[in-house]
Design a protein around this ligand. Structure first.
Ligand code: ATP
Length: 376
């Protein structure tokens, strides 16, 4: 691959307007991404939204119908020009670690090492096995290792040739829940040390929040929101995006004079015309609960809106928090969820005041598109 000196500041990986159609259906629809060296971008989204297809096109094992892929500013693939997968300096890691059962751990890691002397290759294998804490297993075979250990061998194998780009497709989903967090953290540390640009595919929001510098949230072949995990979580572009990350309470209203009226008070609906139907969405952890004392209503504050009387329907302890479900006077069909840290298990039928801080609420147009579920 020729390195273009004018492209020194170019992203390590850039994809522009990738499109891919299968059987008349657009499964990757105008996807663009930039990933810098040392950065982890998570392609996040539900099953079937086009994450793996995007990854396969970057790897070169599938061909886009249109769009381009660049590495360090150099074109590696468009619809006429194509560098083959083995020359793209890309490391791959998939859910089934696909280790060679008949090769030792050392030989598995050495598999992709084609350059350097034998001694240099051996040194690289030992160095990586040391860094994934598996040097003691260097002569063992994959079936002697636990799932977590096999995953670490697969990581060492993928990183051995010092790939410029690492593509990882659900690399932790085959692992025991108890192991996962530790392995994710170790993997992230190693990826950062190697300074590769990483694209990691996952359908788990917690995994993306934990691993990503940037999340690209996909739905039906398109990236619907892209940004740092904090920004995507706290400034969702629509209700489906918001509810992909957590449970969401939703109230319905209609805009009048750029305001949406609800029993919890008025919410700003800038830019939405009179008569627009809206969903007012807020997360259960942002519902404030006050005890109901002698029927006195807590005083509303400008930031918190109007307290609403809620009646506990049920409460469950979830480990690090409790989930309380309320019914409300203003609409028999509405159930509101509130989460409270630690143990909070009020009895069914107990009355409480519920308040929702305005800055924690999002007003979205209740159009078919924005209220469509991620899972349809
Ligand atoms: P998952 O997490 O389930 O793997 P994904 O987001 O990675 O989902 P893709 O594997 O990219 O989704 O698939 C996107 C869509 O394209 C799916 O509907 C899938 O059935 C379809 N698809 C993928 N590969 C092919 C193929 N070779 N031929 C026909 N359809 C395909």
């Amino acid at each position: 691959m020729n390195v273009n000196p004018a492209s020194m500041a170019a992203p390590r990986l850039e994809i522009r307007n990738l499109m891919r159609e299968y059987e008349g259906r657009m499964v990757v629809d105008d996807v663009s991404l930039k990933v810098q060296a040392g950065q982890v971008t998570c392609l996040l989204g539900p099953s079937g939204c086009g994450k793996s297809t995007t990854l396969r096109m970057i790897a070169g094992v599938d061909m886009q119908d249109s769009g381009e892929i660049y590495v360090d500013g150099n074109l590696i693939c468009d619809t006429v020009f194509r560098i083959p997968p083995e020359r793209r300096q890309i490391g791959l890691m998939f859910q089934d670690f696909a280790l060679f059962p008949h090769l030792s751990v050392a030989d598995n890691v050495a598999f992709g090492l084609r350059t350097g002397t034998k001694a240099e290759r051996r040194a690289r294998v030992s160095e990586l096995l040391e860094r994934v804490d598996l040097l003691r297993h260097i002569d063992d075979y994959p079936h002697h290792l636990s799932g977590g250990e096999q995953q670490r061998v697969a990581l060492a194998r993928a990183l051995a040739p010092r790939p410029r780009i690492m593509l990882m497709d659900e690399p932790f989903s085959g692992l025991d829940n108890r192991l996962r967090d530790g392995i994710r953290d170790d993997t992230l540390r190693l990826l950062k040390e190697e300074n590769a640009a990483v694209v990691l595919v996952t359908h788990e929001p917690e995994e993306a929040m934990r691993m990503a510098d940037e999340i690209a949230l996909m739905r039906r072949g398109r990236i619907v929101q892209q940004g740092a995990p904090y920004n995507v979580y706290t400034r969702p572009v629509d209700k489906a995006t918001m509810s992909f990350f957590s449970d969401v309470n939703v109230l319905q209203s209609t805009v009048q004079g750029a305001l949406a009226n609800t029993p919890f008070g008025q919410f700003l609906a800038p830019g939405l015309g009179d008569g627009t139907r809206v969903d007012i969405a807020f997360r259960p952890q942002h519902v404030r609960i006050d005890f109901f004392r002698n029927g006195n209503t807590p005083l509303p504050t400008p930031s918190d809106g109007v307290p609403v009387r809620g009646v506990v329907e049920r409460a469950r302890f979830l480990g690090h928090e409790s989930l309380v479900e309320f019914r409300v006077d203003f609409d028999d069909s509405v159930r509101l969820k509130a989460t409270v840290p630690n143990v909070f298990l009020p009895k069914a039928g107990r009355e409480m005041w519920l308040t929702v801080p305005r800055q924690r609420c999002f007003v979205f147009p209740a159009s078919d598109e924005t209220s469509a579920s991620f899972r349809d």
